[in-house]
Design a protein around this ligand. Structure first.
Ligand SMILES: [Zn+2]
Length: 740
């Protein structure tokens, strides 16, 4: 029946296009004729339509991304104001007004105000239709929105402005300056053997002079002599779009533990400031690894976190299709909201396992701290696993995963349908890496919690078996082969090693060797930009079987990756790894999430460790120093390691005594790159935007508000950053011991 209507309708339209002067009878235009049963009536999006003294009606319909509003009046032609609350929908591009009687379709503009989309429309006594292309999370098309679309539908917009106010004229092409000269150091301090440099910006001027290290514990005011413990020359390192003429103060050969500031004595200006205060101390990277891994504790869900939040989300549950109600409480809040994503938890669990192994297992009586943390997430994963898939238990409505802005303990129960949980599911082949994390945790926790160990390992077995017989060659899978190679080989290689540690069966090592070869072959075929978990898995093998003949090939693989990466490591004095845009332009800021920066740090540190190349170690240290303040914004992106941006995208800002949003050890997403146009920093779900118009490679960080910021693209915490930071810091610690 509907096909007949559609055919008739299509025929009529076709007819009208050819002979537009002939209009169809308006009696033939009904809602049923316009919307067949592929359309959903959106009763939950009531449309208000108001005309002066005339009664009008309107209804919203949706068919995937095609969203339409039909409107009409009972009496005659009139002008009306039509409005609705779009909920999570955002309009992409220009809507059109369809008059089915006249057979016309023309663009119609709208405005967004007070949370409503508003149209001025000519209503008639038959349905006319506004047609919109909408985006939303469930439609998975939000990436198609343009900056114009977003700003047009903003509830609020806050603009950031490039920092160019300065003490002297800027250099041509310089994009960022300081108000006065302040040596930029790593806020988080240094290991005695670390590379230690301050960057000094002189705009368009040429400067000369010396720098001093002032020891802070025994310093006195004038007229006493300052406690200068080191003096060096500042060295010019050329001009750069960040800061103009750049200089370096290098004090790497100063290795005495203590607390210091860098003071510069210039011949050309006294408009300077001492650097931030910092420490030099043994084990500095290990302290930072502990800080980084300590962050997960504060993210715990389903329990009280003393000093942070009361018990929250204790009743998170999924109602399965078979009627069973599954408890999915526990786990960690991820990022700046109360989502309990499997992806971030997976990599964090792997990282915590590696970190605890590095620290050792303690006395064997009390469960080691970071193993316990991994187990906290692992238990949640076990609860959420069935039918070969992990079902994240936090979002009853996938359209609105970050619904709750307030304190976590105030959010009502999150009761999901199986379909709802499935919307955010974590599937094959990615489950292989989750299984690797569960395998390590399951093996290590056996003496402390045999029941959890058994539960976790049974899931590992299930996933391992499910991924055995598949052919993941390039020939079979085509473009998807890379995805499969990455997740399956990385995950299953790590599982092989864990199985071998448990039962000593050599066949696990045979399988492991096959996977090592697979990874190396794939990297030779298509070298990864980032040293992802395939390299972590390779290093796990290398570490466990250092005398295996395959270790030479693993060493070569790391060297190949690191030498390809190193070409982008010296684009600025900060040695932050840049890269190429798609058109081949080389840029300072390319892989702009700190999850990349920290992953690069791990890769370079590990490459230094296995190849003995100390240049890679310098880069690795500089990548983590970048996180902790040694960057062109002079902001530390890790809470508890220096001076932060002053604002964070975390709902913990709305908890008693935590309005500053600072969660110890949290690492934020990081500096984004200006794109020579308008760049928006987010917040899609609330339509409160933060935007900046900045030149290419301008380093963007939100520092303009206090406590909460809507700018998630720069200032939101996330599991991936802490994951990589922790294992990078311990690799650097090891490489420092070997190479310095
Ligand atoms: Zn919670």
């Amino acid at each position: 029946m509907e096909n007949t209507i559609m055919k008739n309708f299509a025929f009529i339209l076709f007819f009208l296009l050819i002979i537009p002067t002939v209009s169809i009878a308006q009696d033939d235009i009904t809602l049923d004729s316009l919307f067949d049963d592929t359309w959903i009536v959106r009763d939950d999006i009531p449309v208000e339509i108001v005309a002066d003294g005339i009664e009008c009606s309107a209804v919203a319909y949706q068919n995937e991304a095609d969203f339409r509003i039909a409107f009409w009046t009972e009496t005659s032609e009139c002008e009306a104001t039509l409005s609705y609350d779009p909920l999570w929908f955002t309009i992409h591009g220009m809507p059109t007004l369809i008059d089915p009687v006249a057979g016309t379709e023309e663009e119609i503009d709208y405005r967004f105000w007070d949370g409503r989309i508003i149209y001025q429309v000519p209503a008639a006594d038959y349905p006319r239709v506004i047609k919109m292309y909408v985006t939303s999370r469930v439609l998975r098309n939000r990436g198609e929105l343009t900056i114009e679309d977003k700003l047009k539908q903003a509830r609020t917009v806050r603009w950031l402005y490039p920092e160019t106010d300065s003490w002297s004229d800027l250099q041509d092409g310089q994009v960022i300056a300081q108000k006065f000269i302040e040596p930029i150091i790593c806020h988080a301090g240094y290991d005695p053997d670390s590379i230690k440099q301050a960057v000094i910006w002189a705009n368009d001027m040429t400067i000369s002079g010396t720098f001093e290290l002032i020891e802070c514990f025994h310093n006195q005011q004038h007229p006493a002599t300052q406690s200068v413990v080191y003096v060096g020359e500042i060295e010019p390192v050329g001009s750069h779009i960040w800061g103009g003429n750049n200089y370096i103060a290098d004090f790497s050969d100063f290795k005495t533990e203590g607390m210091y500031r860098v003071r510069i004595r210039l011949n050309e200006t006294n408009q300077t400031s001492d650097s931030n205060t910092f420490e030099i101390k043994e084990g500095n990277w290990l302290d930072l690894a502990a800080l980084s891994s300590g962050w997960y504790y504060y993210q715990r869900c389903g329990t009280e976190v003393p000093g942070f939040h009361a018990e929250c989300h204790a009743d998170d549950a999924v109602i399965r299709d078979n009627g069973e109600i599954v408890d999915v409480s526990g786990g960690w809040h991820d990022a700046g909201d109360y989502g309990k994503w499997i992806a971030g938890g997976t990599v964090a669990m792997v990282s915590l396992g590696i970190y605890q192994e590095y620290l050792g297992m303690g006395d064997g009586i009390e469960i080691p701290r970071f193993l316990e943390e991994a187990a906290w997430e692992g238990r949640y994963f076990c609860k959420a696993y069935w039918d070969g898939t992990f079902h994240p238990g936090y979002t009853p409505d996938y359209e609105d995963v970050c619904a709750w802005l307030g304190a976590p303990e105030c959010e009502p129960q999150r009761l999901l349908t199986e379909e709802g949980a499935f919307a955010a599911r974590w599937e094959s082949p990615r489950t292989c890496l989750t299984a690797a994390g569960l395998a390590k945790m399951g093996r290590m926790i056996a003496p402390y919690d045999p029941e959890l160990s058994e539960w976790a390992l049974s899931i590992v077995d299930d996933i391992y078996q499910a991924h055995q017989p598949l052919d993941w060659s390039l020939e079979t899978l085509g473009e998807d082969a890379g995805t499969y190679q990455y997740w399956s080989n990385s995950g299953l290689l790590m599982i092989d090693l864990e199985y071998y540690k448990m039962d000593g069966d050599e066949s696990w090592l045979d399988d492991a060797r096959t996977r090592v070869r697979n990874i190396i072959e794939w990297e030779n075929h298509s070298l990864s930009v980032r040293s992802g978990f395939q390299y972590v898995a390779l290093y796990e093998f290398y570490k466990f079987l250092p005398d295996d003949p395959l270790c030479d090939e693993i060493r070569e693989a790391f060297d190949n990756w690191a030498s390809a990466t190193y070409q982008f490591a010296n684009l600025s004095p900060f040695q932050h790894i840049g890269g190429e845009l798609e058109d081949g332009t080389v840029v300072n800021l390319r892989h702009n999430s700190n999850s990349s920066t920290t992953a690069f740090a791990w890769g370079m540190a590990t490459a230094a460790l296995v190849t003995g190349n100390a240049d890679y170690l310098d880069v690795a240290e500089h990548e983590l120093q970048w996180i902790t303040g040694f960057n062109p914004t002079n902001v530390s992106m890790m809470v508890g390691a220096g001076y932060g941006p002053g604002c964070y995208h975390h709902r913990y800002c709305f908890m008693e005594d935590h309005a500053d949003g600072a969660v110890p050890g949290g690492i934020i997403t990081g500096i984004q790159a200006g794109n020579d146009g308008i760049f928006e920093l987010g917040d899609m779900d609330t339509k409160n935007w933060v935007a900046i118009e900045a030149p290419l490679d301008y380093p963007i960080m939100d520092t303009d508000v206090r406590g909460w910021t809507y700018s998630y693209k720069t200032n939101e915490y996330g599991m991936w950053k802490n994951t990589w930071f922790t294992i990078a810091a311990i690799q650097i610690e090891e490489a420092l011991k070997v190479l310095r």
